[in-house]
Design a protein around this ligand. Structure first.
Ligand code: ATP
Ligand code: MG
Length: 203
């Protein structure tokens, strides 16, 4: 049997300081848990600047993508972005994110399951609260905008970080967890989610 849509895929999720302060730890865990993903690591920690810096390290590709995404969001609303240079915009965002992550406790988690990275991002919703779709965590529980956060020079309050790719998730898991803190175990529900012959239900 081929392991299509990798059932062991792992993704790193952070409930950022705003999510913790707003009492949304349980709600976010509930949503990922109830969709069928498996929690394999969890901790509460106040990230040092060093950890925050490692998490949002200078990756030119990330900087270009994040800056471009933000500039496009400004323009889509008929507004003029603070700068036309994506790298300059992203560099400001990175500094704000480090300050933000370092401001209080966060909950770091690893979720595992089929297409975990994409599934978590679907449930989490789009990055900018103003346009994230209702039904997603960001769509249901946030109201911030890039305009407000960029003018105030602070990170947008969007509750969650979730890895965007396998490369990101591998890099990020290594920052937040030691290998032995990521637990390998079987969950009973996996039988009904993934099994082919369904021979474990009837007595
Ligand atoms: P995350 O990586 O946190 O899961 P994401 O992948 O949806 O979110 P990225 O483009 O990677 O979004 O941006 C990382 C984070 O940077 C966002 O979650 C947000 O907190 C912050 N951010 C991005 N753009 C802006 C902006 N224009 N102003 C303020 N903060 C921003
Ligand atoms: Mg990202």
């Amino acid at each position: 049997m081929k392991n299509f849509d990798n059932k062991q895929e792992k993704t790193l999720v952070l409930v950022k300081p705003d999510g913790v302060q707003r009492g949304l730890i349980g709600e976010t865990i509930k949503r990922y848990e109830q969709c069928g993903l498996k929690l394999v690591a969890i901790k509460m920690t106040i990230p040092s600047k060093k950890v925050a810096l490692a998490h949002y390290s200078v990756d030119p590709e990330w900087a270009f993508k994040t800056g471009t995404k933000s500039i496009e969001a400004w323009k889509a609303k008929g507004l003029t972005p603070p700068t036309e240079d994506p790298i300059e915009l992203a560099e400001g965002v990175r500094k704000q994110l480090i300050t933000f992550l370092n401001s209080g406790p966060v909950v770091a988690m690893v979720w595992q399951g089929m297409n975990a990275i994409g599934v978590v991002r679907k449930i989490t919703g789009g990055t900018e609260p103003l346009t994230s779709v209702p039904g997603t965590i960001r769509g249901d529980y946030t109201i911030d905008s890039y305009r407000a956060s960029d003018v105030d020079k602070r990170a947008v309050r969007n509750i969650i970080h979730a890895s965007g790719s396998i490369e990101e998730s591998e890099k990020e898991m290594a920052i937040w967890f030691k290998p032995e803190e990521i637990i390998s175990y079987r969950l009973i529900s996996e039988a009904i989610i993934y099994d082919i012959n369904l021979d474990g239900i009837l007595e």
